[in-house]
Design a protein around this ligand. Sequence first.
Ligand code: AMP
Length: 146
Amino acid sequence: MSLSGSYDASNIFAKILRGEAPCVKVWEDADTVVFMDIFPQTQGHCLVVPRDVEARNLLDLPADRLNGLFGRVQKTARAVVSALNPDGVIITQFNGAPAGQTVFHLHVHVIPRYENLPLQPHHQGKMADMDALSSQAARIRSAMEA
Ligand code: AMP
């Protein structure tokens, strides 16, 4: 899909936001849902997804939603650091298929980085163990609610 075009409400994240598809949820509020990436690049990889907006990518997002979204990204990154104690944290976001985007509802990746654990390349993560994912989600959630 190109960088420009119309929003397709049948994308998997739109289905998750509507409750039509499952996810391992970390946290949510009126504007945002945070859930675990099921093909994580490493332990604790999660996605911050704005709700109630038809934005395929960052360029589509109304400017008045930017502060809110990135406030939640920071909150999530702080919670990941507090809960999982990584050595670093990567924040990434892809716009358009040639840039690496595969799901065309805006989302921001929060990816902890552990010095002794290799990072899987984008889109080459393996399907996660659901119990492990749920356990990571619970730890991050506790930190977000603290
Ligand atoms: P991208 O669009 O390239 O920024 O990344 C989309 C991300 O969504 C990838 O990291 C996928 O592993 C992840 N993903 C795809 N389907 C699901 C799903 N059903 N639940 C959680 N994460 C997903």
